[in-house]
Design a protein around this ligand. Structure first.
Ligand code: SF4
Ligand code: SF4
Length: 457
């Protein structure tokens, strides 16, 4: 831990632009209820890598008793931002606001090494740009389909690369045929609402089958679906990593795009994006042109499972005889308090049996860019989750976030298991429109869903 500076008059290590709020810091009563669910405390048993320890470090820095030095920063870099501590906290400490403010301070005030800076820049310049992700599809497809990937993985050559690049390679999704989402998809039967779909970046380019399934389900349930083609990245990865200025620019553009679409509800199907857009009012609170609009925008946002839970089911569910292990994405269960809705949705499919994964509150290690920048901790958490899933003998694992999907696929592959991992909405889509979803799913989704089919009746 950083040694406290011995001066009561020392000034704060934070600048005056939204430092972590003192009243939130002081709400922590040090009870420790959050410790057993904090993934880094679970891994290392270190007080300063627990929520309580991190809040204490914020307090020291705020009081000018600790500098923002590399050791201090490392305890915040190791935080997954999973928000399990918020769910567990009986005092209602809003850790999400604290860590977001702390990370923004770190990115403004702390000098990262050149290598770190370049790597972070590389990540943000790719993963927040759907156009650049699209350009990567062909080379990645060639890498996978030519056999080069299998060869390199078998040869052990990848072990010569830095662990961060190895992590990126290991998490690479199976690239399939692209699937474009129309700007407007009409409702089936009488229209009951006009819904906008947030396409995401990784979801749009690497999991187009998830967006396509979401559109089919919404249309089957009587919703007209608008997918504004000009929508940018929502900025989730940036805001969760402390890149506040860049995140604000993207938030404004996202609001503009959905205002033009004039929709009743904005549906998200990626937990990290969903939790981010619901917090636009906070992100844009200083912006006189956008503060009120951000509030109106956020109030319309719903996760797909949350939205479907609010409307009466209309489309017929065909049976799926499946044992499904549902994995709670942290940004759904902790950041959006969405736990029951995905389970209710899955149990609404005749024949589906749910298997609960032990330690549901503990993160799988995905956490935005965490598995790219902290691969050792992320792998340890992924392996732990894979071990907990193994005895469940599930036919398929369902989750609500593309990051979790990749993390679980990668961890299961390391443990030698081939249990498919899919988005929750893909199971409902298979139940609602079995032939259509089979015909339009790309090869990757078919390979990951080959063990389940709807018993069309
Ligand atoms: S956000 Fe997650 S990793 Fe960070 S302190 Fe809270 S529980 Fe621990
Ligand atoms: S549970 Fe809440 S009050 Fe208790 S130590 Fe953790 S953050 Fe502080």
């Amino acid at each position: 831990m950083t040694a406290p500076k011995d001066t009561a008059a020392a000034s704060s290590a934070f600048d005056s632009h939204h430092p972590p709020a003192r009243e939130l810091i002081d709400q922590c009563v040090h009870c420790g209820f959050c410790l057993p669910v904090c993934p880094t405390y679970v891994l290392w048993n270190e007080e300063m890598d627990s929520p309580r320890g991190r809040i204490y470090l914020m307090k020291l820095a705020s009081d000018g008793k600790s500098e923002m030095n590399p050791l201090w920063v490392s305890h915040f870099d190791s935080c997954l931002g999973c928000m399990a501590c918020m769910t567990a906290c009986p005092s209602g400490v809003d850790y999400s606001k604290l860590i977001e403010a702390t990370r923004a301070q770190i990115e403004r005030r702390h000098k990262r090494s050149i290598a770190e800076k370049l790597y972070r820049r590389l990540i943000f310049s790719i993963f927040t740009r759907p156009d650049r992700l699209r350009l990567l599809r062909r080379p990645l497809l060639a890498y996978q389909q030519s056999g080069a990937q299998a060869l390199l993985r078998r040869s052990g050559i990848l072990n010569l690369f830095p662990k961060e690049l190895r992590a990126m390679e290991a998490l690479m999704p199976q690239i399939g045929a692209g699937e474009s989402i129309p700007g407007v998809t009409p409702a089936q039967g009488p229209k009951r609402c006009r819904v906008g779909l947030l396409l995401g970046c990784v979801q749009r380019e690497f999991f187009p089958q998830v967006n396509a399934a979401t559109v089919r389900v919404l249309a089957a349930e009587g919703c007209e679906v608008l997918a504004p083609q000009e929508q940018p990245c929502c900025g989730a990865l940036l805001v969760h990593a402390g890149e506040e200025a860049a995140a604000i620019l993207l938030a404004r553009k996202t609001i503009d795009a959905f205002e033009r679409a004039n929709v009743d509800t904005i549906v998200t199907n990626a937990a990290g994006c969903g939790s981010n857009v619901k917090e636009y009012a906070h992100l844009l609170r200083d912006d006189p042109q956008y503060a009120a609009r951000a509030k109106a925008f956020s109030s319309k946002c719903r996760d797909i499972t949350e939205f479907l839970g609010e409307i009466e089911p209309r489309a017929k569910r065909n049976p799926l005889k499946l044992r499904v292990a549902y994995h709670d994405a942290c940004h759904l269960q902790h950041a959006q308090a969405i736990r029951s809705q995905p389970r209710t949705l899955l149990l609404g499919i005749p024949g589906v049996e749910l298997a609960e994964i032990p330690e549901p509150a503990v993160c799988c290690g995905s956490a935005g860019i965490y598995n790219l920048v902290q691969p050792d901790a992320a792998n340890a958490l992924g392996d732990r989750k894979a071990q907990l899933i193994a005895p469940l003998n599930a036919d398929v694992i369902a989750t609500g976030n593309p990051g979790c999907l990749l993390q679980l696929q990668s961890a299961l592959a390391r443990s030698g298991r081939k249990t498919p991992v899919v988005h929750t909405i893909q199971l409902l889509d298979t139940s609602l429109c079995p032939r259509l979803s089979e015909a339009t799913s790309d090869s990757s989704s078919r390979s990951s869903s080959s063990s389940f089919t709807a018993e069309d009746s």
